[in-house]
Structures are given as structure tokens and as C-alpha cells.
Design a protein around this ligand. Structure first.
Ligand SMILES: [Fe+2]
Length: 346
């Protein structure tokens, strides 16, 4: 690249002039635009190597600019750096999902701005690093799903209800992850290991796992150990740490009252928080012999009641907002006449 070019889209004249001057000092040939529409037109005309855009502008904001660029042939791969004063936790995930290459938070120092422009194009990398290994966690095979289901109900010859349960937990977990904009590597691990969250039950006596009776304190401790046993099985099987953590921590509670470690809030690994929510949600949505089926309004009320005590509030918000998608999962994979009670332990 002889001299890289950058297009700066910024409605504030003084900031636009400052960014242009800094970009020039960083070694770029510089073009500017005053708003999103002008910026898109300039990008089509100039095909710059890099685009820097403000987040908030009259007319098009950064998300719309990104979405438009990604639809334009020849511009769909151009790196875009978004400058914003918004909190990253509010806008970061959406910007990344829309293809933002990087984000710089205002106010920024001149040195940081110049360096970030150069970093976007890798201009100061002495040697191109080898490609990062892809975390390839394959989705579980149908055979593995059947075995995972059999582990939920050892000793049962009819594990169809259990199979639907592990499928639903996987599907609901994936839906939550999608709405939280988890990156592809995390999603792959979640998809592969969410159905195996209870794999440790295979090491427990069938009389405990089948339930349907009162538990002594000893029984309770033994049942709770399915989290530790499952994580150890997955470790020995070569599962990635994040996959092991799903089995280990899926009975932790947001308020710290869960097991086996009593972790609290964001100290609980995110994938385990997602599977915990999917598992609890599935228990509420499913048929149980010891209570009438819950009407949808009751399920929503109960889910809302778990916000911030049992479950991660952000995840509860997703469950409450995505009722339609969940209905589709439960119509296609529900238990219309399940006689097996899978909610044997919480
Ligand atoms: Fe469990």
C-alpha cells in the first residue's frame, strides 16, 4: 500500500478538521464527509482503504452507515472505525455485529487516534502473524444427543422426552447467545456443550436421578455432585475449558445462592449463565406430572421473578423479549404428552 487513504465521516466541523489533521500526520491521504449520506456517496466514489465514522449524526447514524456499506459490492470488506462517546456496553455488540472493525471512545488522545487508524490496517505489524487457530467445536452428532438424553434418565428405555429436553436447552441457549451477540467461537462451544450440561448424572445411581421420591441431605449432596462429575468427564474427554464450565456452573445462581461454588453475578461463566437460564426456562415451559401446565402468562411472570436473583437479568430480558421465537421452539420440540419428569433436581 503506497499511501493508505481514509474517509472521515463527522458532522462536527472542528472534530472533523482535527481528525483529518491527525490522519494526515498518521500517513493517510484524507477525505472527509459531513454526514452519513455524503459519506456513503464518497465511499462509493473513492473506495478508501479505511473509513472512520462518528456514531451520532443527524440523519444516518453509524449502525445504518455500517449496514449500508456491508450491502455495497466493493465496500463490504472495507474496515470501519467508529468513534463514539456512547458506553461500549450499550453500542459495542451491535456495532461489531454490523461489521465495525474497531471502536474508539471519545474523547480520545491524538496519539491514540493516530495509532488506532494505523492498527486498523495493520500498518505497523512487522510480519503478518500466522492465522489464529479456529476454535472448532463441532455441533453434537445425533448419536451424542441420544446418549446425552439417555444420561438424563439412566435406566429408562424411553428417553424421547429427555432427548427433546436436551435439544430444547441447546436451542434456547443458542437463541439467547444470538441475542447477546456472542462471537462465533463462543457460540460453537455453547452449541456443542449445552446439551451435555447434565452429563455428570451418568456417574450417579439411577434411583437418585430418576427422582420421584424425597431426598435426604446425603442424596442432595450426591445429586449436586453431578456438576463436578460432569466437568471432570468433559475435561478427561478433552473438552475446552468453556465447555467444562457449562457442566460445572449451570446450577450457580446470579445472587450467589447456587452450587457447586456459590459464584455470584458475572463471576459465573457466561455460557453457564445462559444454560442455567435455558434449563430453568425449559422446566417451567414443560409438562410436569405434579402440577398443571403453566399458562404462558404464568411462565413469563415466573421468569420475570427470577431476574437478578436466580438468573442473569440481561438473559431474563432476552427471554421475556423473545417470546415468539421461544414459542416456535416449544411448538416444534415440546412434550405434548410427556410422562417423564425431568425436573428431578434444581
Ligand atoms: Fe443439572
Amino acid at each position: 500500500m503506497v499511501q493508505p487513504s481514509v474517509l472521515i465521516i463527522e458532522d462536527d466541523p472542528s472534530l472533523r478538521a482535527l481528525e483529518a489533521r491527525l490522519a494526515g500526520a498518521a500517513g493517510f491521504s484524507v477525505h472527509t464527509a459531513e454526514d452519513g449520506a455524503q459519506g456513503i456517496a464518497a465511499a462509493v466514489q473513492l473506495s478508501p482503504n479505511l473509513i472512520v465514522t462518528d456514531y451520532h449524526m443527524p440523519g444516518m447514524k453509524a449502525p445504518e452507515i455500517l449496514a449500508t456499506l456491508r450491502r455495497l459490492p466493493g465496500l463490504d470488506g472495507v474496515p470501519v472505525l467508529v468513534a463514539t462517546a456512547e458506553p461500549l456496553e450499550l453500542v459495542g455488540a451491535e456495532l461489531r455485529r454490523l461489521g465495525a472493525h474497531d471502536i474508539i471512545t471519545k474523547p480520545f488522545s491524538p496519539a491514540a487516534f493516530k495509532q488506532q487508524l494505523r492498527d486498523c490496517l495493520g500498518l505497523d505489524r512487522p510480519v503478518a502473524p500466522p492465522p489464529a487457530p479456529v476454535v472448532a467445536a463441532p455441533a453434537p452428532s445425533p448419536l451424542l444427543m441420544v446418549l446425552a438424553a439417555a444420561m438424563e434418565l439412566p435406566g429408562s428405555s424411553d428417553s424421547d422426552a429427555a432427548l427433546r429436553h436436551v435439544r430444547r436447552v441447546g436451542l434456547v441457549s443458542a437463541m439467547i447467545a444470538d441475542k447477546l451477540f456472542l462471537d462465533a467461537d463462543l457460540l460453537a462451544i455453547l452449541t456443542a456443550y449445552a446439551p451435555l450440561h447434565d452429563v455428570g448424572k451418568v456417574s450417579l445411581p439411577a434411583r437418585l436421578v430418576r427422582g420421584g421420591h424425597r431426598f435426604s441431605d446425603g442424596d442432595r449432596a450426591e445429586m449436586e455432585s453431578h456438576t463436578l462429575l460432569g466437568a471432570e468427564l468433559l475435561r478427561r474427554g478433552g473438552a475446552p475449558l468453556l465447555g467444562q464450565q457449562i457442566a460445572l456452573h449451570h446450577h450457580e445462581r446470579w445472587d450467589g445462592g447456587g452450587y457447586p461454588r456459590g459464584l455470584q453475578g458475572e463471576a459465573i461463566p457466561l455460557l453457564a449463565r445462559i444454560v442455567a437460564a435455558a434449563d430453568v426456562y425449559d422446566a417451567m415451559r414443560s409438562h410436569r406430572s405434579y402440577r398443571p401446565d403453566l399458562p404462558p402468562a404464568d411462565v413469563r411472570r415466573r421468569v420475570a421473578g427470577l431476574r437478578g436473583n436466580h438468573l442473569d437479568p440481561r438473559i431474563v430480558d432476552v427471554l421475556l423479549a423473545e417470546g415468539g421465537l421461544l414459542d416456535v421452539i416449544y411448538v416444534e420440540h415440546g412434550d405434548p404428552s410427556a410422562e417423564l419428569d425431568l425436573e428431578v433436581w434444581r
